[in-house]
Design a protein around this ligand. Sequence first.
Ligand SMILES: [Fe+2]
Length: 225
Amino acid sequence: MTMQALSSRTPLGGTEDGVVAAATPDELSRIHDAGVDLVRWGRSMPGALASWLDGLPDGRLPHVRFSAPLGAVERAAIAAFDSAGLGPCVGRHLLIGDIVLLAMLYSHVEQSEWLSVRLDRIDHDACRKPHIDRVTTRLLCTYRGDGTEFGLPGHDDVGWRRGGSLGRFEVGLVKGLLHPARRLAAPALLHRSPRFQPGSRERFLLCIGAAHAPSAEGRNSETLH
Ligand SMILES: [Fe+2]
């Protein structure tokens, strides 16, 4: 892909590209609209959360996945941090509170009582191939490190026209292949994980999806972002 090719096209980021920038969490529900592939919600988070996360050495944060009804997400998250040896403190309280908040918002948007929650420590190029998840929707939030990249299919040898990246703490709600309003006539937005720079700190990513029932675990594809 050449810079000339990039500049000759309309920049991504507007609704014409399937991207909606939400001003409030209520707008996350716009992911169900036809033609919308990503709703991004940028947020300001307490500095105490960022400094706590930044101060933790690699390998300390939990690396877990669990399925639970919404009402049990907080308990499961607390157990995950306890198991990782991260006891109660301001930073942990803020982070678990945010995980629970995003679980509540996602549960409301997806109308799913059961949720699949993943907390991933990522120290490599996780999923660089642009793709669409085989789910109805998925919520992503990077708490440490670079956020998920998104873009449109291209016509070059890379097959990818990068449109942007989610910021730290920014919520990204993506529409997947299984959504009934998925775009068929126009190219749908793709996403991929950012390149992991050698020497960088571990990324820390939250993914939330629908879990229809405990026996249905594993139905959704599991990729990192
Ligand atoms: Fe994905």
